[in-house]
Ligand binder design. Structure first.
Ligand SMILES: Nc1ncnc2c1ncn2[C@@H]1O[C@H](COP(=O)(O)OP(=O)(O)O)[C@@H](O)[C@H]1O
Ligand SMILES: [Mg+2]
Length: 428
């Protein structure tokens, strides 16, 4: 980025009229400045080097070199540049490839002025909050975990009630973390009986957590990498077993061993946690550095969240380990957030907007909303959540010695005490 406080934008499109129209739309925006225009990918790569724009608006279909190849080349050249892909409706496959190439955002043609401004400012803001990364320091595609063996953060997304959005938020959050930090992010389907992440992310693989559990004694980085499935976003996913009877066989001890290795290999391990207090769910909650406790403004859910917070206290989880997040937030539900906060005596840290149609559509398409519609309110809320998690990690690590930060209290339960009751009585 240059010293000028303006957002420096480059427009890339082979149609002159499109380039001119976009330039006109941007003309009156005081904080946005068009610094270059290119008519194909090859020109774009050269001009990006010369003008160093903050944001590039990139068409996909262009002669000579298309927008995807150009994005890839520009990302290698200068990973700090934010590319927004402009496409026509229905180019889902192109969009996925563009995302993989490093594009940060999509706009569908014809492009509305508001969407255009919002997207440019959004990606620019993201770049400002993203830690400086380069292939040498921050890039984390290599096999060695960043931080020289330091442990990553386990983030358990959990709700004591089903249907609240745990799987949806876990999937979107993992992708948002990856996009925001460019670090190594894994997503684990902790619903060993009815896992959904393969459907939500449109992933097909016959390798699942069972393949790790069965060989837990030989578990190492290579075996882990072999079983993980790579999503387009570069998030590595550990899928749930293919059927409930196999899922039953994974024990909580095996789950602990797997998560332990994963936190050595990844910067963030997001776990879609089962809605229960059985051993396997407790193992995840115990190991988590942060628990995103999801709730909605529904009476049964508020009641269960209250019970969960009591259990968390009994299990001696530090209060700040639990981050209470209101999903499907809507002010027409008959309760205000304030009422809820005073009732459960815990702060609601963040709200995620209610968008049943968009979420259902994105789930059915297998393209998470943070990819399909980055500027949607729900996506923004999820990016805010992701950025809180990265900031918290930074703030905490500057205050406390590493060991203390990464290792939240481990379960002190004796191995034979099973279930929540066993755990709590073992503490007395
Ligand atoms: N922010 C949201 N706004 C509206 N609907 C949502 C939102 N998040 C999730 N949903 C919907 O809630 C339902 C349950 O989501 P899911 O992720 O399967 O929840 P869980 O894993 O907690 O059972 C789905 O129909 C999903 O579309
Ligand atoms: Mg679920």
């Amino acid at each position: 980025m240059t010293e000028s406080s303006n957002i420096r934008v480059m427009i890339v499109d082979d149609i002159v009229d499109t380039r001119d129209q976009i330039e006109k739309l941007l003309f009156f925006e005081k904080d946005i400045e068009v610094v270059a225009k290119a008519s194909n990918g090859r020109e774009a790569v050269a001009m990006a080097k010369q003008h160093k724009p903050d944001v590039i608006l990139m068409d996909i279909n262009m002669p000579d070199m298309d927008g995807i190849a150009a994005t890839e080349a520009i990302m290698t050249q200068d990973p700090g540049i934010q590319v927004i892909i402009m496409s026509v409706q229905g180019e889902t496959d192109y969009l996925r490839r563009a995302m993989l190439a490093g594009a940060r955002e999509f706009l569908t043609k014809p492009i509305g002025a508001d969407d255009l401004y919002k997207s440019i400012r959004h990606v620019h803001r993201l770049a400002a909050t993203r830690p400086v990364t380069s292939t040498a320091t921050g890039g984390s595609e290599g096999s060695v975990p960043s931080g020289g063996g330091a442990q990553g953060q386990i983030v358990a997304v959990f709700s004591p009630k089903g249907g609240v959005g745990t799987s949806t938020i876990a999937a979107n959050l993992a992708i948002a973390l990856r996009q925001l930090t460019n670090k190594k992010v894994a997503l684990v389907d902790g619903n060993l009986i009815f896992g959904d992440l393969n459907v939500i992310l449109n992933l097909v693989s016959n390798k699942t957590i069972v393949d790790l559990a069965n060989r837990v004694d030989d578990l190492d980085r290579d075996l882990l990498n072999d079983v993980l499935t790579t999503h387009n976003s570069q998030v590595k996913v550990l899928l749930a077993p293919p059927n409930p009877q196999t899922g039953e066989l994974v024990t909580s001890d095996q789950l602990r061993t797997i998560l332990d290795l994963m936190r050595q290999e990844f910067d963030y391990v997001v776990v879609d946690t089962q809605s229960s207090f059985q051993d396997r769910a407790l193992a995840v909650l115990d190991m988590a550095d942060r628990i995103i406790a999801l709730m909605t403004l529904e009476m049964p859910c508020i009641k269960n969240i209250k019970l969960f917070l009591e259990v968390a206290e009994l299990l001696e989880y530090p209060r700040e380990k639990t981050m209470l997040v209101l999903n499907k937030a809507d002010n027409r539900m008959g309760f205000s957030v304030k009422d809820v906060q005073s009732n459960i005596q815990h702060e609601v840290a963040l709200q995620i907007a209610n968008a049943p149609l968009e979420i259902t559509y994105s789930i059915n398409q297998g393209v998470p909303l943070v990819i399909a519609k980055r500027t949607h309110q729900v996506s923004k809320d999820i990016f805010t959540l992701a950025s809180r998690l990265t900031n918290v990690a930074k703030a905490v690590s500057s205050e406390k010695p590493q060991d203390e930060v990464k290792r939240q209290p481990e379960p002190k339960a004796k191995p034979q005490s099973r279930g929540l009751f066993g755990r709590l009585t073992a503490r007395r």
